[in-house]
Design a protein around this ligand. Structure first.
Ligand SMILES: *[C@@H]1O[C@H](CO)[C@@H](O)[C@H](O)[C@H]1NC(C)=O
Ligand SMILES: *[C@@H]1O[C@H](CO)[C@@H](O)[C@H](O)[C@H]1NC(C)=O
Ligand SMILES: *[C@@H]1O[C@H](CO)[C@@H](O)[C@H](O)[C@H]1NC(C)=O
Ligand SMILES: *[C@@H]1O[C@H](CO)[C@@H](O)[C@H](O)[C@H]1NC(C)=O
Ligand SMILES: *[C@@H]1O[C@H](CO)[C@@H](O)[C@H](O)[C@H]1NC(C)=O
Ligand SMILES: *[C@@H]1O[C@H](CO)[C@@H](O)[C@H](O)[C@H]1NC(C)=O
Ligand SMILES: *[C@@H]1O[C@H](CO)[C@@H](O)[C@H](O)[C@H]1NC(C)=O
Ligand SMILES: *[C@@H]1O[C@H](CO)[C@@H](O)[C@H](O)[C@H]1NC(C)=O
Ligand SMILES: CC(=O)N[C@H]1CO[C@H](CO)[C@@H](O)[C@@H]1O
Length: 471
Protein backbone atom coordinates (compact mmCIF):
# COMPACT_ATOMS: atom_id res chain seq x y z
CA UNK A 1 0.00 0.00 0.00
CA UNK A 2 2.52 2.46 1.16
CA UNK A 3 4.72 2.53 -1.98
CA UNK A 4 1.75 3.39 -4.14
CA UNK A 5 1.07 6.48 -2.13
CA UNK A 6 4.08 8.26 -3.44
CA UNK A 7 3.21 8.05 -7.11
CA UNK A 8 -0.37 8.94 -6.31
CA UNK A 9 0.58 12.04 -4.40
CA UNK A 10 2.97 12.98 -7.18
CA UNK A 11 0.16 12.52 -9.64
CA UNK A 12 -2.12 14.66 -7.50
CA UNK A 13 0.51 17.35 -7.43
CA UNK A 14 0.92 17.15 -11.19
CA UNK A 15 -2.84 17.34 -11.78
CA UNK A 16 -3.01 20.25 -9.46
CA UNK A 17 -0.27 22.04 -11.34
CA UNK A 18 -1.96 21.25 -14.64
CA UNK A 19 -5.25 22.60 -13.35
CA UNK A 20 -3.57 25.75 -12.19
CA UNK A 21 -1.91 26.14 -15.56
CA UNK A 22 -5.19 25.58 -17.37
CA UNK A 23 -6.97 28.02 -15.10
CA UNK A 24 -4.29 30.57 -15.71
CA UNK A 25 -4.75 30.14 -19.42
CA UNK A 26 -8.54 30.11 -19.28
CA UNK A 27 -8.59 33.16 -17.06
CA UNK A 28 -6.49 35.96 -18.43
CA UNK A 29 -4.23 37.66 -15.96
CA UNK A 30 -6.36 40.76 -16.25
CA UNK A 31 -9.32 39.04 -14.65
CA UNK A 32 -7.29 38.19 -11.60
CA UNK A 33 -6.64 41.84 -10.89
CA UNK A 34 -8.36 42.94 -7.71
CA UNK A 35 -8.22 45.95 -5.50
CA UNK A 36 -5.35 46.35 -3.10
CA UNK A 37 -5.90 47.33 0.49
CA UNK A 38 -3.17 49.91 0.50
CA UNK A 39 -4.45 52.20 -2.26
CA UNK A 40 -7.85 53.59 -3.09
CA UNK A 41 -9.52 52.32 -6.24
CA UNK A 42 -12.66 54.36 -6.58
CA UNK A 43 -15.27 55.45 -9.05
CA UNK A 44 -18.42 57.49 -9.10
CA UNK A 45 -21.65 55.67 -9.91
CA UNK A 46 -24.33 57.84 -11.48
CA UNK A 47 -27.95 57.15 -10.61
CA UNK A 48 -29.18 58.59 -13.91
CA UNK A 49 -27.29 55.93 -15.90
CA UNK A 50 -28.57 53.06 -13.78
CA UNK A 51 -30.84 51.72 -16.51
CA UNK A 52 -27.92 51.25 -18.93
CA UNK A 53 -25.38 50.44 -16.25
CA UNK A 54 -27.20 48.63 -13.44
CA UNK A 55 -25.59 47.94 -10.08
CA UNK A 56 -25.18 44.29 -11.10
CA UNK A 57 -22.60 45.33 -13.71
CA UNK A 58 -20.32 47.13 -11.27
CA UNK A 59 -16.97 45.33 -10.81
CA UNK A 60 -17.28 45.51 -7.04
CA UNK A 61 -14.25 43.34 -6.27
CA UNK A 62 -11.92 45.80 -8.01
CA UNK A 63 -13.00 48.84 -6.03
CA UNK A 64 -12.29 49.91 -2.49
CA UNK A 65 -14.66 52.90 -2.62
CA UNK A 66 -17.70 53.74 -4.72
CA UNK A 67 -19.44 57.09 -4.64
CA UNK A 68 -23.04 57.58 -5.62
CA UNK A 69 -23.80 60.78 -7.56
CA UNK A 70 -25.54 63.03 -6.58
CA UNK A 71 -27.37 64.55 -3.68
CA UNK A 72 -27.80 68.18 -4.60
CA UNK A 73 -27.84 71.32 -2.51
CA UNK A 74 -31.08 73.25 -2.18
CA UNK A 75 -32.04 76.76 -0.99
CA UNK A 76 -33.14 75.08 2.24
CA UNK A 77 -30.14 74.32 4.43
CA UNK A 78 -32.14 71.49 6.00
CA UNK A 79 -32.59 69.67 2.71
CA UNK A 80 -30.33 67.79 0.35
CA UNK A 81 -32.25 66.59 -2.69
CA UNK A 82 -32.14 63.12 -4.19
CA UNK A 83 -34.20 62.03 -7.18
CA UNK A 84 -36.98 59.61 -6.30
CA UNK A 85 -35.21 56.95 -8.35
CA UNK A 86 -32.02 57.59 -6.37
CA UNK A 87 -33.88 57.20 -3.10
CA UNK A 88 -34.89 53.75 -4.30
CA UNK A 89 -31.51 52.74 -5.71
CA UNK A 90 -29.23 54.13 -3.03
CA UNK A 91 -30.09 51.52 -0.37
CA UNK A 92 -29.31 48.75 -2.87
CA UNK A 93 -26.05 50.47 -3.76
CA UNK A 94 -25.04 50.65 -0.11
CA UNK A 95 -26.05 47.07 0.56
CA UNK A 96 -24.16 45.68 -2.44
CA UNK A 97 -21.12 47.73 -1.53
CA UNK A 98 -21.19 46.32 1.98
CA UNK A 99 -21.50 42.76 0.70
CA UNK A 100 -18.34 43.33 -1.32
CA UNK A 101 -16.42 45.16 1.43
CA UNK A 102 -16.55 48.36 -0.61
CA UNK A 103 -16.91 51.70 1.17
CA UNK A 104 -19.97 53.60 -0.02
CA UNK A 105 -20.31 57.36 -0.15
CA UNK A 106 -22.75 59.85 -1.56
CA UNK A 107 -21.39 62.81 -3.43
CA UNK A 108 -23.01 66.16 -2.71
CA UNK A 109 -23.05 68.84 -5.36
CA UNK A 110 -21.63 68.36 -8.84
CA UNK A 111 -21.63 70.83 -11.69
CA UNK A 112 -25.38 71.44 -11.53
CA UNK A 113 -25.94 70.68 -7.84
CA UNK A 114 -23.60 73.17 -6.15
CA UNK A 115 -25.86 76.19 -6.36
CA UNK A 116 -26.60 76.56 -2.65
CA UNK A 117 -23.43 75.35 -0.96
CA UNK A 118 -22.31 78.88 -0.28
CA UNK A 119 -25.31 79.99 1.73
CA UNK A 120 -25.57 76.61 3.46
CA UNK A 121 -22.22 77.21 5.14
CA UNK A 122 -22.16 81.01 5.31
CA UNK A 123 -23.21 81.60 8.94
CA UNK A 124 -22.59 79.62 12.15
CA UNK A 125 -26.32 78.85 12.33
CA UNK A 126 -26.44 77.55 8.76
CA UNK A 127 -23.27 75.52 9.20
CA UNK A 128 -24.70 73.77 12.23
CA UNK A 129 -27.92 73.11 10.35
CA UNK A 130 -26.03 71.82 7.33
CA UNK A 131 -23.87 69.54 9.50
CA UNK A 132 -27.15 68.08 10.72
CA UNK A 133 -28.48 67.71 7.19
CA UNK A 134 -25.33 65.92 6.03
CA UNK A 135 -25.11 63.58 9.02
CA UNK A 136 -28.81 62.79 8.66
CA UNK A 137 -28.22 61.79 5.05
CA UNK A 138 -25.33 59.57 6.10
CA UNK A 139 -27.37 57.96 8.87
CA UNK A 140 -30.49 57.50 6.79
CA UNK A 141 -28.61 55.51 4.15
CA UNK A 142 -25.97 54.03 6.49
CA UNK A 143 -23.19 55.51 4.38
CA UNK A 144 -19.50 55.04 5.06
CA UNK A 145 -18.65 58.44 3.66
CA UNK A 146 -19.61 61.77 2.16
CA UNK A 147 -17.93 63.27 -0.88
CA UNK A 148 -18.12 67.04 -1.33
CA UNK A 149 -18.17 68.05 -4.97
CA UNK A 150 -18.61 71.80 -4.58
CA UNK A 151 -17.92 73.35 -7.95
CA UNK A 152 -16.48 75.69 -6.79
CA UNK A 153 -16.01 77.56 -3.53
CA UNK A 154 -15.41 81.24 -4.29
CA UNK A 155 -15.74 80.75 -8.04
CA UNK A 156 -18.80 80.83 -10.21
CA UNK A 157 -19.32 77.40 -11.75
CA UNK A 158 -22.35 76.74 -13.89
CA UNK A 159 -23.42 80.38 -13.89
CA UNK A 160 -26.10 80.76 -11.23
CA UNK A 161 -24.39 79.46 -8.09
CA UNK A 162 -24.38 81.46 -4.88
CA UNK A 163 -20.78 82.59 -4.42
CA UNK A 164 -19.05 84.35 -1.54
CA UNK A 165 -15.40 85.37 -1.10
CA UNK A 166 -15.38 83.48 2.22
CA UNK A 167 -16.60 80.20 0.69
CA UNK A 168 -13.34 78.32 1.19
CA UNK A 169 -12.96 79.45 4.81
CA UNK A 170 -16.59 78.67 5.51
CA UNK A 171 -16.22 75.26 3.91
CA UNK A 172 -13.29 74.51 6.20
CA UNK A 173 -15.14 75.68 9.30
CA UNK A 174 -18.10 73.56 8.27
CA UNK A 175 -15.93 70.45 7.80
CA UNK A 176 -14.28 71.04 11.18
CA UNK A 177 -17.68 71.22 12.83
CA UNK A 178 -18.82 68.12 10.97
CA UNK A 179 -15.82 66.27 12.39
CA UNK A 180 -16.84 67.11 15.95
CA UNK A 181 -20.11 65.18 15.66
CA UNK A 182 -20.43 61.52 16.58
CA UNK A 183 -21.44 60.61 13.04
CA UNK A 184 -19.03 62.97 11.35
CA UNK A 185 -16.05 61.55 13.26
CA UNK A 186 -16.59 58.14 11.68
CA UNK A 187 -17.35 59.21 8.13
CA UNK A 188 -14.88 59.00 5.29
CA UNK A 189 -14.83 62.60 4.11
CA UNK A 190 -13.53 63.39 0.65
CA UNK A 191 -13.70 66.30 -1.75
CA UNK A 192 -13.63 66.43 -5.53
CA UNK A 193 -11.41 69.34 -6.49
CA UNK A 194 -10.01 71.09 -9.53
CA UNK A 195 -6.38 71.06 -10.64
CA UNK A 196 -5.63 74.04 -8.37
CA UNK A 197 -6.58 74.54 -4.71
CA UNK A 198 -9.79 76.25 -3.67
CA UNK A 199 -9.44 79.99 -3.93
CA UNK A 200 -8.89 82.16 -0.87
CA UNK A 201 -10.77 85.36 -0.10
CA UNK A 202 -8.71 87.26 -2.69
CA UNK A 203 -9.70 84.85 -5.43
CA UNK A 204 -6.24 83.26 -5.71
CA UNK A 205 -5.59 79.56 -5.15
CA UNK A 206 -5.03 78.97 -1.43
CA UNK A 207 -1.37 78.72 -0.50
CA UNK A 208 -2.02 76.65 2.62
CA UNK A 209 -4.69 73.98 2.71
CA UNK A 210 -3.08 71.97 5.50
CA UNK A 211 -6.09 72.49 7.78
CA UNK A 212 -8.27 70.79 5.17
CA UNK A 213 -5.94 67.82 5.23
CA UNK A 214 -6.70 67.45 8.94
CA UNK A 215 -10.43 67.05 8.34
CA UNK A 216 -10.61 65.33 4.96
CA UNK A 217 -9.58 61.73 4.40
CA UNK A 218 -8.61 62.57 0.85
CA UNK A 219 -9.18 64.84 -2.10
CA UNK A 220 -9.87 63.58 -5.60
CA UNK A 221 -8.33 65.87 -8.21
CA UNK A 222 -10.68 66.09 -11.18
CA UNK A 223 -8.00 66.14 -13.85
CA UNK A 224 -10.50 66.12 -16.66
CA UNK A 225 -12.45 68.47 -18.91
CA UNK A 226 -9.27 70.49 -19.16
CA UNK A 227 -10.01 73.12 -21.74
CA UNK A 228 -8.42 73.83 -25.07
CA UNK A 229 -7.34 77.15 -26.51
CA UNK A 230 -8.92 77.80 -29.92
CA UNK A 231 -5.90 79.87 -30.88
CA UNK A 232 -3.50 76.99 -30.26
CA UNK A 233 -5.77 74.12 -31.29
CA UNK A 234 -7.65 71.19 -29.80
CA UNK A 235 -5.63 69.56 -27.03
CA UNK A 236 -5.79 66.84 -24.41
CA UNK A 237 -8.67 66.86 -21.91
CA UNK A 238 -6.80 64.94 -19.21
CA UNK A 239 -3.09 65.57 -19.59
CA UNK A 240 -0.63 63.86 -17.30
CA UNK A 241 1.80 66.70 -18.00
CA UNK A 242 1.45 70.04 -19.71
CA UNK A 243 4.81 71.64 -19.02
CA UNK A 244 5.84 70.42 -22.48
CA UNK A 245 2.63 71.69 -24.15
CA UNK A 246 2.64 74.74 -26.41
CA UNK A 247 2.49 78.08 -24.63
CA UNK A 248 -1.17 79.03 -24.37
CA UNK A 249 -2.24 75.40 -23.95
CA UNK A 250 -1.16 74.81 -20.36
CA UNK A 251 -4.38 74.68 -18.41
CA UNK A 252 -3.44 72.18 -15.74
CA UNK A 253 -2.38 68.54 -15.65
CA UNK A 254 -2.16 65.65 -13.23
CA UNK A 255 1.46 66.50 -12.49
CA UNK A 256 0.96 70.24 -12.06
CA UNK A 257 -2.11 69.61 -9.93
CA UNK A 258 -0.33 67.23 -7.57
CA UNK A 259 2.57 69.64 -7.33
CA UNK A 260 0.33 72.60 -6.58
CA UNK A 261 -1.85 70.82 -4.05
CA UNK A 262 1.05 69.24 -2.23
CA UNK A 263 2.99 72.51 -2.20
CA UNK A 264 -0.09 74.01 -0.51
CA UNK A 265 0.13 71.41 2.24
CA UNK A 266 -2.04 68.53 1.04
CA UNK A 267 0.04 65.39 1.71
CA UNK A 268 0.44 63.26 -1.42
CA UNK A 269 -0.92 60.27 0.46
CA UNK A 270 -4.20 62.16 0.77
CA UNK A 271 -4.40 62.84 -2.97
CA UNK A 272 -6.42 60.59 -5.25
CA UNK A 273 -6.12 61.20 -8.98
CA UNK A 274 -9.47 61.61 -10.72
CA UNK A 275 -9.39 60.05 -14.18
CA UNK A 276 -11.99 60.26 -16.96
CA UNK A 277 -13.44 57.18 -18.64
CA UNK A 278 -14.50 59.41 -21.52
CA UNK A 279 -13.15 61.72 -24.15
CA UNK A 280 -13.98 65.12 -25.56
CA UNK A 281 -14.56 65.71 -29.24
CA UNK A 282 -13.90 68.76 -31.37
CA UNK A 283 -15.02 69.70 -34.86
CA UNK A 284 -11.90 70.46 -36.84
CA UNK A 285 -11.66 73.25 -39.36
CA UNK A 286 -8.59 71.96 -41.15
CA UNK A 287 -7.27 68.55 -42.06
CA UNK A 288 -4.76 67.54 -39.36
CA UNK A 289 -3.28 64.93 -41.70
CA UNK A 290 -0.50 66.66 -43.58
CA UNK A 291 0.25 63.47 -45.48
CA UNK A 292 -3.20 63.69 -47.14
CA UNK A 293 -4.30 60.12 -46.92
CA UNK A 294 -1.08 58.36 -45.98
CA UNK A 295 -1.48 55.89 -43.17
CA UNK A 296 1.37 57.31 -41.14
CA UNK A 297 0.09 58.41 -37.78
CA UNK A 298 3.05 60.62 -37.12
CA UNK A 299 1.94 63.22 -39.64
CA UNK A 300 -1.16 64.11 -37.63
CA UNK A 301 -0.82 67.43 -35.91
CA UNK A 302 -1.08 67.47 -32.12
CA UNK A 303 -3.13 70.66 -31.84
CA UNK A 304 -5.43 70.81 -34.89
CA UNK A 305 -7.51 73.93 -35.48
CA UNK A 306 -11.14 73.56 -34.43
CA UNK A 307 -14.41 75.43 -34.37
CA UNK A 308 -14.97 76.48 -30.74
CA UNK A 309 -18.65 77.25 -31.27
CA UNK A 310 -19.58 73.97 -32.90
CA UNK A 311 -20.08 70.79 -30.93
CA UNK A 312 -21.55 67.58 -32.28
CA UNK A 313 -23.28 64.99 -30.20
CA UNK A 314 -20.96 62.31 -28.84
CA UNK A 315 -22.19 58.84 -27.87
CA UNK A 316 -25.67 57.69 -26.89
CA UNK A 317 -25.23 59.03 -23.33
CA UNK A 318 -24.50 62.50 -24.67
CA UNK A 319 -27.41 64.89 -25.01
CA UNK A 320 -28.43 67.11 -27.86
CA UNK A 321 -28.47 70.15 -25.63
CA UNK A 322 -31.16 72.27 -24.04
CA UNK A 323 -31.69 74.57 -21.11
CA UNK A 324 -29.34 74.10 -18.17
CA UNK A 325 -30.38 74.64 -14.52
CA UNK A 326 -29.63 78.34 -14.92
CA UNK A 327 -32.01 78.56 -17.86
CA UNK A 328 -29.21 79.01 -20.38
CA UNK A 329 -29.37 77.19 -23.70
CA UNK A 330 -26.49 74.74 -24.18
CA UNK A 331 -25.48 72.57 -27.09
CA UNK A 332 -24.47 68.90 -27.01
CA UNK A 333 -21.49 67.92 -24.86
CA UNK A 334 -19.52 66.20 -27.63
CA UNK A 335 -18.55 63.58 -25.09
CA UNK A 336 -17.77 59.93 -25.78
CA UNK A 337 -17.46 57.36 -23.02
CA UNK A 338 -14.83 54.70 -23.61
CA UNK A 339 -17.54 52.22 -24.65
CA UNK A 340 -19.16 54.98 -26.69
CA UNK A 341 -16.06 55.15 -28.88
CA UNK A 342 -16.74 51.51 -29.73
CA UNK A 343 -20.43 52.18 -30.21
CA UNK A 344 -19.67 55.03 -32.60
CA UNK A 345 -17.09 53.12 -34.63
CA UNK A 346 -13.88 54.81 -33.50
CA UNK A 347 -12.62 51.72 -31.69
CA UNK A 348 -13.05 47.98 -32.24
CA UNK A 349 -14.58 45.81 -29.51
CA UNK A 350 -11.08 44.88 -28.32
CA UNK A 351 -10.15 48.56 -27.96
CA UNK A 352 -7.93 48.72 -31.04
CA UNK A 353 -8.35 51.60 -33.44
CA UNK A 354 -10.98 51.01 -36.14
CA UNK A 355 -10.05 50.90 -39.81
CA UNK A 356 -10.16 54.35 -41.32
CA UNK A 357 -9.66 56.12 -37.99
CA UNK A 358 -6.34 57.81 -37.31
CA UNK A 359 -4.62 57.54 -33.98
CA UNK A 360 -1.99 59.62 -32.32
CA UNK A 361 -0.41 59.23 -28.90
CA UNK A 362 0.73 62.58 -27.58
CA UNK A 363 3.99 62.12 -25.73
CA UNK A 364 3.64 65.35 -23.79
CA UNK A 365 0.19 64.80 -22.26
CA UNK A 366 0.64 61.01 -22.48
CA UNK A 367 -2.87 60.67 -23.86
CA UNK A 368 -4.25 59.36 -27.17
CA UNK A 369 -6.25 61.14 -29.87
CA UNK A 370 -8.54 59.77 -32.56
CA UNK A 371 -9.51 61.39 -35.84
CA UNK A 372 -12.21 60.63 -38.35
CA UNK A 373 -10.77 62.59 -41.23
CA UNK A 374 -13.95 62.40 -43.30
CA UNK A 375 -16.10 64.06 -40.62
CA UNK A 376 -13.33 66.19 -39.17
CA UNK A 377 -14.08 64.86 -35.69
CA UNK A 378 -11.18 64.71 -33.30
CA UNK A 379 -11.44 63.00 -29.91
CA UNK A 380 -9.04 63.39 -27.01
CA UNK A 381 -9.63 60.26 -24.94
CA UNK A 382 -8.13 57.70 -22.58
CA UNK A 383 -7.09 54.13 -23.31
CA UNK A 384 -5.34 51.29 -21.49
CA UNK A 385 -1.96 52.87 -22.20
CA UNK A 386 -2.77 56.34 -20.86
CA UNK A 387 -4.44 54.71 -17.85
CA UNK A 388 -1.38 52.55 -17.20
CA UNK A 389 0.84 55.63 -17.40
CA UNK A 390 -1.41 57.52 -15.00
CA UNK A 391 -1.41 54.51 -12.69
CA UNK A 392 2.38 54.46 -12.86
CA UNK A 393 2.44 58.10 -11.87
CA UNK A 394 0.14 57.41 -8.91
CA UNK A 395 2.46 54.58 -7.89
CA UNK A 396 5.72 56.47 -8.19
CA UNK A 397 4.44 59.74 -6.75
CA UNK A 398 2.96 57.92 -3.76
CA UNK A 399 -0.60 59.13 -4.28
CA UNK A 400 -3.44 57.49 -2.40
CA UNK A 401 -5.07 56.02 -5.51
CA UNK A 402 -7.44 56.82 -8.33
CA UNK A 403 -11.10 57.67 -8.82
CA UNK A 404 -12.80 57.13 -12.17
CA UNK A 405 -15.55 59.34 -13.52
CA UNK A 406 -17.58 57.28 -14.08
CA UNK A 407 -17.72 53.52 -13.43
CA UNK A 408 -20.17 53.04 -16.30
CA UNK A 409 -17.91 54.67 -18.88
CA UNK A 410 -15.48 51.76 -19.08
CA UNK A 411 -15.88 48.73 -21.30
CA UNK A 412 -14.89 45.21 -20.25
CA UNK A 413 -12.85 46.79 -17.41
CA UNK A 414 -10.12 47.70 -19.87
CA UNK A 415 -9.38 51.03 -18.23
CA UNK A 416 -10.00 49.86 -14.68
CA UNK A 417 -7.69 46.82 -14.99
CA UNK A 418 -4.98 48.92 -16.51
CA UNK A 419 -4.89 51.63 -13.86
CA UNK A 420 -5.43 49.18 -11.02
CA UNK A 421 -2.45 47.08 -12.06
CA UNK A 422 -0.21 50.07 -12.66
CA UNK A 423 -1.20 51.73 -9.40
CA UNK A 424 -0.14 48.61 -7.52
CA UNK A 425 2.88 47.47 -9.50
CA UNK A 426 4.02 50.50 -11.46
CA UNK A 427 3.28 51.55 -15.01
CA UNK A 428 5.22 51.53 -18.25
CA UNK A 429 8.42 53.47 -17.79
CA UNK A 430 8.32 56.87 -19.37
CA UNK A 431 9.92 60.13 -18.44
CA UNK A 432 6.49 61.15 -17.16
CA UNK A 433 6.16 58.58 -14.44
CA UNK A 434 9.15 59.49 -12.32
CA UNK A 435 8.50 60.76 -8.82
CA UNK A 436 7.90 64.47 -8.79
CA UNK A 437 8.99 67.09 -6.32
CA UNK A 438 6.37 69.08 -4.50
CA UNK A 439 7.80 72.48 -5.16
CA UNK A 440 5.77 74.69 -7.36
CA UNK A 441 5.16 78.35 -7.75
CA UNK A 442 1.68 79.60 -7.15
CA UNK A 443 -0.59 79.30 -10.17
CA UNK A 444 -2.58 82.13 -11.59
CA UNK A 445 -6.28 82.54 -10.95
CA UNK A 446 -7.08 82.12 -14.61
CA UNK A 447 -5.61 78.65 -14.36
CA UNK A 448 -8.26 77.79 -11.83
CA UNK A 449 -11.02 79.17 -13.93
CA UNK A 450 -9.81 77.46 -17.02
CA UNK A 451 -8.67 74.23 -15.49
CA UNK A 452 -10.57 71.05 -14.85
CA UNK A 453 -14.21 71.93 -15.11
CA UNK A 454 -16.94 69.52 -14.48
CA UNK A 455 -19.66 70.37 -16.84
CA UNK A 456 -21.87 67.85 -18.39
CA UNK A 457 -20.89 65.08 -16.06
CA UNK A 458 -23.33 65.99 -13.42
CA UNK A 459 -26.99 65.17 -13.53
CA UNK A 460 -29.35 64.48 -16.40
CA UNK A 461 -29.96 68.12 -16.97
CA UNK A 462 -26.24 68.67 -16.95
CA UNK A 463 -25.97 66.41 -19.93
CA UNK A 464 -27.66 69.23 -21.75
CA UNK A 465 -25.27 71.79 -20.48
CA UNK A 466 -21.79 72.42 -21.42
CA UNK A 467 -18.98 73.33 -23.51
CA UNK A 468 -17.81 75.99 -21.07
CA UNK A 469 -14.23 74.87 -21.67
CA UNK A 470 -14.61 76.62 -24.97
CA UNK A 471 -15.40 79.90 -23.31
C1 LIG B 1 -7.89 43.39 2.53
O1 LIG B 1 -8.81 43.75 3.53
C2 LIG B 1 -9.87 42.84 3.70
C3 LIG B 1 -10.88 43.43 4.66
O2 LIG B 1 -10.26 44.12 5.69
C4 LIG B 1 -9.29 41.52 4.20
O3 LIG B 1 -10.33 40.59 4.36
C5 LIG B 1 -8.31 41.01 3.17
O4 LIG B 1 -7.68 39.86 3.64
C6 LIG B 1 -7.23 42.05 2.85
N1 LIG B 1 -6.45 41.60 1.74
C7 LIG B 1 -5.14 41.72 1.72
C8 LIG B 1 -4.48 41.20 0.50
O5 LIG B 1 -4.51 42.21 2.63
C1 LIG C 1 -29.21 80.25 5.82
O1 LIG C 1 -30.11 79.25 5.39
C2 LIG C 1 -31.42 79.70 5.20
C3 LIG C 1 -32.33 78.52 5.04
O2 LIG C 1 -31.84 77.65 4.08
C4 LIG C 1 -31.43 80.65 4.06
O3 LIG C 1 -32.74 81.09 3.79
C5 LIG C 1 -30.54 81.82 4.39
O4 LIG C 1 -30.47 82.68 3.29
C6 LIG C 1 -29.16 81.35 4.77
N1 LIG C 1 -28.43 82.47 5.31
C7 LIG C 1 -27.67 83.23 4.56
C8 LIG C 1 -27.01 84.38 5.27
O5 LIG C 1 -27.47 83.00 3.37
C1 LIG D 1 -0.18 76.29 7.20
O1 LIG D 1 -1.16 76.45 8.19
C2 LIG D 1 -0.92 75.67 9.34
C3 LIG D 1 -2.12 75.76 10.25
O2 LIG D 1 -2.64 77.04 10.28
C4 LIG D 1 0.34 76.15 10.02
O3 LIG D 1 0.61 75.38 11.16
C5 LIG D 1 1.48 76.01 9.03
O4 LIG D 1 2.65 76.55 9.58
C6 LIG D 1 1.17 76.72 7.74
N1 LIG D 1 2.19 76.36 6.76
C7 LIG D 1 2.85 77.29 6.11
C8 LIG D 1 3.88 76.79 5.15
O5 LIG D 1 2.63 78.47 6.22
C1 LIG E 1 -1.08 54.03 -36.15
O1 LIG E 1 -1.64 53.80 -34.86
C2 LIG E 1 -2.31 52.58 -34.75
C3 LIG E 1 -2.95 52.52 -33.39
O2 LIG E 1 -1.97 52.46 -32.41
C4 LIG E 1 -1.31 51.45 -34.97
O3 LIG E 1 -2.03 50.23 -34.91
C5 LIG E 1 -0.65 51.60 -36.30
O4 LIG E 1 0.35 50.63 -36.42
C6 LIG E 1 -0.03 52.98 -36.44
N1 LIG E 1 0.50 53.14 -37.78
C7 LIG E 1 1.71 53.55 -38.00
C8 LIG E 1 2.10 53.64 -39.44
O5 LIG E 1 2.48 53.85 -37.11
C1 LIG F 1 -16.19 58.55 -40.24
O1 LIG F 1 -17.34 59.35 -40.41
C2 LIG F 1 -18.10 59.01 -41.54
C3 LIG F 1 -19.19 60.03 -41.70
O2 LIG F 1 -20.03 60.03 -40.55
C4 LIG F 1 -18.66 57.63 -41.37
O3 LIG F 1 -19.40 57.27 -42.52
C5 LIG F 1 -17.51 56.66 -41.18
O4 LIG F 1 -18.03 55.39 -40.91
C6 LIG F 1 -16.61 57.11 -40.07
N1 LIG F 1 -15.47 56.25 -40.06
C7 LIG F 1 -15.30 55.30 -39.17
C8 LIG F 1 -14.11 54.44 -39.34
O5 LIG F 1 -16.06 55.16 -38.22
C1 LIG G 1 8.06 63.76 -27.97
O1 LIG G 1 8.62 63.11 -29.07
C2 LIG G 1 9.35 63.95 -29.93
C3 LIG G 1 9.77 63.16 -31.14
O2 LIG G 1 10.26 61.91 -30.77
C4 LIG G 1 10.54 64.50 -29.16
O3 LIG G 1 11.26 65.37 -29.97
C5 LIG G 1 10.02 65.26 -27.96
O4 LIG G 1 11.11 65.69 -27.17
C6 LIG G 1 9.13 64.38 -27.11
N1 LIG G 1 8.54 65.21 -26.07
C7 LIG G 1 8.46 64.82 -24.82
C8 LIG G 1 7.81 65.76 -23.88
O5 LIG G 1 8.86 63.75 -24.43
C1 LIG H 1 0.83 44.88 -14.63
O1 LIG H 1 1.91 45.76 -14.49
C2 LIG H 1 3.17 45.13 -14.65
C3 LIG H 1 4.23 46.14 -14.27
O2 LIG H 1 4.14 47.28 -15.06
C4 LIG H 1 3.28 44.65 -16.07
O3 LIG H 1 4.52 44.02 -16.26
C5 LIG H 1 2.15 43.67 -16.36
O4 LIG H 1 2.17 43.33 -17.71
C6 LIG H 1 0.82 44.29 -16.03
N1 LIG H 1 -0.18 43.28 -16.11
C7 LIG H 1 -1.31 43.48 -16.73
C8 LIG H 1 -2.24 42.33 -16.72
O5 LIG H 1 -1.59 44.53 -17.28
C1 LIG I 1 13.79 66.46 -6.64
O1 LIG I 1 14.37 66.69 -5.38
C2 LIG I 1 15.57 65.95 -5.20
C3 LIG I 1 16.03 66.14 -3.76
O2 LIG I 1 15.71 67.41 -3.30
C4 LIG I 1 16.60 66.43 -6.21
O3 LIG I 1 17.78 65.70 -6.06
C5 LIG I 1 16.05 66.17 -7.61
O4 LIG I 1 16.94 66.67 -8.57
C6 LIG I 1 14.71 66.84 -7.78
N1 LIG I 1 14.13 66.44 -9.03
C7 LIG I 1 13.56 67.28 -9.87
C8 LIG I 1 12.97 66.71 -11.10
O5 LIG I 1 13.48 68.47 -9.62
C1 LIG J 1 -12.76 42.18 -26.26
C2 LIG J 1 -14.01 41.87 -25.52
O1 LIG J 1 -14.03 41.04 -24.66
N1 LIG J 1 -15.08 42.56 -25.87
C3 LIG J 1 -16.38 42.35 -25.25
C4 LIG J 1 -16.70 43.50 -24.32
O2 LIG J 1 -18.00 43.39 -23.83
C5 LIG J 1 -19.00 43.38 -24.83
C6 LIG J 1 -20.34 43.32 -24.16
O3 LIG J 1 -20.31 43.89 -22.91
C7 LIG J 1 -18.80 42.19 -25.74
O4 LIG J 1 -19.75 42.25 -26.78
C8 LIG J 1 -17.41 42.27 -26.32
O5 LIG J 1 -17.16 41.12 -27.10
Amino acid sequence: MFPSLLPLSLLATAVCALETALQARAEPLLNSITRSNSTISAAWYTGWHARDFPLSQVSWSKYTHLTYAFAITTPDVNTLALDISDEQLLPQFVSLARQHQVKSSVSIGGWTGSRWFSQNVITPQNRTAFVNTVTNLAKKYTLDGIDFDWEFPGIQGIGCNEVDPQDTNNFLTFLQELRTTTTGKKLILSAAVSDTPWVDATGSPSMNVSEFSNVLDYIAIMNYDVRSNPVVGAGPASPLDDSCAPVGARFGSAMSAVQTWSAAGMPVNKIVLGVPAYGHSFVLTSNPDSSSGSTTNATLSAYPQYNPSLEKRGDSWDGDGGLDVCGVMQGPGGVFTYWGLKEQGFLEQDGSVADGIKYRFDNCSQTPYLYNISTGIYVSYENDLSYAIKGGFIHSAGLKGFAIWEAGGDSNDTLLNSILNATQYGGPLTSKTQPINATSSSPSTSLVLEGARSMWRYFPVALLALRPWLA
